[in-house]
Design a protein around this ligand. Structure first.
Ligand code: ZN
Length: 360
């Protein structure tokens, strides 16, 4: 989940090419981006959303889909995440085979990270340095643009999921919205003013530090960078190692869940105080344990202690911390939302330019 990683000395040895991008970036030699006036492939259906491609790159699998939204998926596939070249070439094959029948207007990519999302950077759209073997410094956006010839939008898996939940799921119309996943890793992303949250890099909410009472919980934590950050203490692998049993085998009344709720609530309370989202959507395999979220809400209310004076927190926390609605498709639908949002922004920019030209 967008783990931070130290930049490998000497870089990755891959050629650094300018990727195509959807956005306001500077003109790029030869790369197609949405926002330029060139015609791009794809079609609109009945004047509605354009057909786009969506790719969620996860640690073990890549989910691909083509369509205009959750109610209109025209094709889907799943590819195992192996070496980058092999994986991305299988992904590209799925889209090129389908494109013969139905071209896509753009591709959205929601990927594990960390990613370079700075549109002015020469390595925009690259995975930077990741603990995942072989994937450091992979130019995912450039590789897929070169293979498919359409513009690409790229963001973190969790920013993508936040966008998907905002457009179609449990955070419809809520802004700012934060999405947190609690599973194999812990990560958080969000949308603010209709855009994914970016900054220095992108949020790394899974790696916030939380109080760790070593008398109550002697487990040292698993994060290779921090030990007992939130992900180090509360990811699925951390739970399994602490309790010596698979998470699925821990019954709802096992003390594991009260401790888990405490850590997750500490993480979410930090997010409330720092980002002030209007809602937090929680997804991921661990969050699927039905006993967890009610305990998290109660812990969070106790931790905030009435200080943040918002009615929804004080009186209606059930509608503040909510379960994700898009299930296992959250990531790939997030990638679809990334492509659609970027196309819509590009359309607005073109429209603005035409209006300005018309006035002169
Ligand atoms: Zn960490």
């Amino acid at each position: 989940m967008s783990r931070p990683a130290r930049r490998r000395a000497g870089g990755g040895g891959r050629p650094v090419g300018h990727g195509p991008r959807i956005g306001d970036g500077q003109r790029l030699g030869g790369a197609q981006r949405i926002g330029a006036d060139q015609r791009v492939g794809g079609q609109r259906v009945g004047g509605g959303e354009p057909v786009v491609g969506a790719i969620e790159i996860g640690g073990t699998k890549v989910m691909c889909a083509i369509g205009t939204g959750p109610g209109d998926l025209r094709a889907e596939t799943r590819v195992a995440t192996t070496a980058p070249d092999e994986t991305l070439s299988r992904v590209a094959t799925f889209f090129t085979e389908h494109a013969a029948r139905e071209p896509v207007a753009a591709i959205g990519i929601a990927s594990f990270g960390p990613l370079d999302l700075d549109e002015r950077s020469a390595t925009w759209g690259h995975i930077t340095a990741t603990p995942k073997p072989g994937w450091s410094h992979t130019d995912v956006a450039g590789a897929l643009h070169r293979a498919l010839g359409v513009p690409v939008a790229v963001d973190t898996d969790v920013n993508g999921a936040a966008l998907g939940e905002h457009r179609w799921g449990a955070g419809r119309g809520i802004d700012p919205l934060v999405y947190v996943t609690i599973g194999t890793g812990i990560g958080g992303g969000g949308g603010i003013n209709g855009r994914p949250m970016h900054g220095l890099v992108h949020p790394e909410m899974g790696h916030v530090r939380v109080p760790h009472d070593r008398e109550a919980d002697a487990f040292a934590g698993l994060c290779p960078f921090h030990g007992d950050c939130l992900e180090g203490l509360a990811s699925g692998p951390a739970m399994r190692e602490r309790w010596g049993a698979p998470v699925e085998s821990l019954p709802a009344d096992h003390p594991a869940w009260a401790l888990q709720a405490r850590y997750v609530a500490l993480g979410l309370a930090n997010i409330v105080c720092t980002l002030s989202p209007r809602r937090i959507v929680v997804g991921g395999g661990i969050a699927a344990q039905p006993a967890l979220l009610p305990m998290v809400r109660a812990e969070m209310a106790a931790l905030l202690a009435g200080y943040v004076q918002a009615r929804v927190l004080l009186d209606d926390i059930d509608s503040y911390v909510v379960s994700a609605a898009l299930g296992e498709r959250a990531g790939v639908l997030g990638a679809m939302a990334l492509a659609l949002d970027a196309l819509a922004r590009a359309g607005r920019r073109r429209h603005g330019r035409r209006r300005r030209r018309a006035r002169h």
